[in-house]
Design a protein around this ligand. Structure first.
Ligand code: ZN
Length: 694
């Protein structure tokens, strides 16, 4: 390569890498796979090393010398007490051996002890606990300063707001920065994508992007609907600094304090044991609830970590990446397959999803013969044609997807794909609503739509009718016995017996299962109705609150949201609230509920939490202003858990007004009426007395 060529290539790669950094970190919408990105970034770093003068001639700013910046509009920025770095990564075992050899030289001892942890593919987060209480959550940002996303992180139900001290374990420090990843479980990711399909919206490419995008939503109630999770494994600044002295002890402390830590951390002596531990991790990672894309190898001993130090920019003395840790990444699970044809799948709301019918291929331990193509725009953008050789990728429990075409193998007879103009099931003309990417069959009586609604309702995740799977649902709909979901409860034994010889036993079993399902838990019915945005978790929240289908169907927006659009029910934000009210505003959906009840359905309401003999039981609270450490939803949940009620307006019957900053007219009214006004600290004290902690 000549000097001029090197300069050109460096310039080109810097532009490209910067563009992809922006797409990945700021927009959470990458266009290329991590593998391709890593390769591009590596090529740039190698060139800059081989041609330092040329690199400097292009300019002294390079994406290889900074950390991808995730900071977004609309958030307050906050500084990290100790900078957040990224890890050097490799796909190559030989480079991992070099990493060890270098450390052996620096530390002067052999073998070194390492930890091998799963590398979780999520969005980085730093949590600050002061005196054991969660006070702030900050994204990595540029490593020095990130976005304050505390309100969003507080919606994570598995994250304790307070660290628990336990005997014989590391004491809870005065101040600590705890680092980890925000992620989405595969099942939640799939649920949200199925919902995106049904709503006719673009699918999310992978759980990492969806988690990162969700963390940057400006409305915490929307964040709560998506059930983020967090896993914690890293230590930033800590006072006192000496509470633990190794990586292994740190993981133990994290779990002892009640935080969600890594499920397992392998300890390895010497590089051969490290490589063996990585292989064990790779073979077991399909069972993890989160996406992993590699293993992180760290020196176990903190004193040795300090000796090894950091890579960084000399003049600004800024830490870029630790020399004592390295990420070993697994190459993506990707395969080439012949795309035989593109078929359309009709969803329960009529969305037509194109599906790739593939020549079967082995991928991530399973045989894949179908993969999603998302939507018409996606097919056009990637110019995917029937007869093409395509790349298919699969990670964890995610539905396999076609990620691109191998153009080298395109045959001349392949023509661009034309999206059908009529529904393959009922022949209705396909429509596309404004602002949606999806094509739809607009016919609500379309047999496949009905079949899918019946299947969803009867599925394990809903009222769970054994024996009513895809095949039976199809038969029932084809025969005209089931036109709407409540028809399931009107099936006649004689009709079913007419289906063929020796069906008596299975018919009676099916009818018994249908009968049993009439008393299924309320949330199962709520989920089974197919309300947009409402998954199983939200259905449980709704069931706990409304306690009957009639109450839910008749609920007004005011029962979900306060005057400012704030959520009154934990887990149910504005989008969901509007979707629910909108759903039941349609006569057909109200008829669905009436039909179920007329057919003798008696959903089992969740057990009411009976709280008696406590000071809060029966007390009415009014919330006003912004509380320093609690969202409105959290305060409501705490009040209700203690047997109290929350009301929107102040009257003589009000027990307490819980007032935060910028409290308005409600506060004045409370004072006029002589109602007790308390702040968050007093409120917490009240709760502590409740629980006998005080
Ligand atoms: Zn149709």
């Amino acid at each position: 390569m000549t000097s001029a060529e090197a300069q050109d290539r460096i310039r080109q790669l810097r532009t490209e890498v910067s563009r992809h950094d922006e797409l990945y970190y700021r927009n959470a919408r990458p266009e290329i796979s991590d593998f391709d990105y890593d390769r591009m970034r590596r090529e740039l770093a190698d060139l800059e090393r081989a041609f330092p003068a040329e690199a400097l001639a292009v300019g002294d700013e390079s994406p290889t010398r900074r950390i991808g910046d995730d900071r977004a509009q609309g958030f307050v920025r906050a500084r990290h007490a100790s900078g957040m770095t990224t890890l050097e990564n490799t796909y190559d075992e030989a480079e991992l051996r070099e990493f060890d050899a270098r450390l052996v030289r620096v530390i002067g001892r052999e073998p070194l002890e390492y930890t091998v942890e799963p590398k979780i593919d999520g969005a980085s987060i730093s949590l600050i606990y002061e005196q054991g209480r969660l006070v702030r959550a900050i994204t990595r940002g540029d490593g020095e300063e990130g976005d304050d996303v505390t309100a969003n992180v507080r919606t994570i139900r598995s994250l304790p707001q307070r660290l628990h001290a336990s005997d014989g374990e590391a004491p809870v420090p005065e101040f600590v920065e705890i680092r980890g990843e925000i992620y989405l479980r595969f099942e939640e990711f799939n649920r949200i994508n199925e919902e995106q399909d049904e709503l006719g919206l673009e699918r999310y490419a992978n759980p990492r992007n969806l988690a990162a995008g969700t963390l940057k939503l400006l409305d915490p109630a929307l964040v709560a609907e998506r059930r983020l999770e967090v896993v914690l494994y890293g230590l930033g600044a800590c006072r006192p600094a000496t509470i633990v002295s190794s990586q292994v002890d740190w993981h133990r402390a994290v779990r002892a304090w009640g935080l969600p830590g890594l499920a397992s951390v392998a300890r390895a002596r010497g590089i051969d044991e490290v490589l063996a531990a990585i292989r064990v991790l790779d073979s077991g990672r399909a069972g993890f609830p989160y996406a992993t894309d590699g293993a992180v190898v760290k020196l176990n001993d903190f004193a040795q970590q300090r000796e090894a130090g950091f890579r960084g920019e000399g003049e600004r003395a800024r830490k870029l990446s630790p020399r004592w840790a390295c990420a070993y990444k697994f190459a993506p699970e990707r395969a080439e397959a012949l795309l035989r044809s593109i078929t359309l799948q009709v969803g329960r709301t009529g969305v037509l999803t194109p599906v790739a019918e593939l020549e079967p291929v082995q991928l991530a331990g399973t045989t894949v013969s179908r993969a999603t193509l998302h939507n018409a725009d996606e097919i056009a953008r990637k110019d995917i044609r029937e007869g093409d050789t395509v790349w298919v990728e699969k990670a964890g429990e995610i539905i396999p997807a076609v990620i691109g075409v191998n153009l080298v193998r395109r045959r001349p007879e392949c023509v661009p794909y034309v999206f059908p103009t009529s529904c393959p099931a009922c022949g209705a003309a396909v429509v596309r609503h404004e602002g949606e990417v999806a094509m739809r069959c607009p016919n609500p009586s379309c047999t496949v739509q009905v079949r899918r609604r019946v299947q969803h309702f009867a599925s394990k995740a809903c009222v769970d009718i054994e024996g009513l799977g895809e095949a039976m649902a199809e038969t029932l709909v084809q025969r005209g016995w089931v036109r709407t979901v409540p028809d399931i409860y009107r099936l006649r034994r004689d009709d079913l017996l007419g289906l063929g010889k020796s069906v008596e036993k299975s018919t009676d079993k099916l009818l018994a299962a249908i009968e049993t399902s009439k008393r299924a838990e309320l949330w199962r019915f709520v989920h089974g109705l197919g309300i947009p945005h409402v998954g199983a978790a939200a259905a449980k929240d709704l069931a706990a609150r409304f306690r009957s289908l009639e109450a839910l169907a008749g609920a007004t927006l005011g029962e979900f949201l306060d005057a400012k659009g704030g959520s009154l029910i934990a887990g149910i934000g504005e989008t969901m609230a509007r979707a629910i009210v909108g759903f039941f505003a349609e006569a057909g959906h109200r008829a669905l509920v009436d039909g179920l009840l007329a057919a003798g359905v008696q959903p089992t309401a969740p057990e009411e939490k009976v709280v008696t003999g406590t000071a809060l039981a029966g007390s009415t609270f009014v919330l006003t202003g912004t509380l320093p450490g609690l969202t409105r939803e959290e305060a409501t949940t705490l009040i209700e858990a203690a047997g109290g009620k929350v009301s929107g307006s102040v009257s003589k019957k009000t027990g307490y007004v819980l007032a935060g900053e910028e409290a308005g007219s409600k506060l004045e009214k409370a004072r006029t009426l002589g109602v007790s006004v308390i702040d968050e600290a007093q409120f917490r004290a009240l709760l502590a007395v409740e629980r006998g902690e005080g």
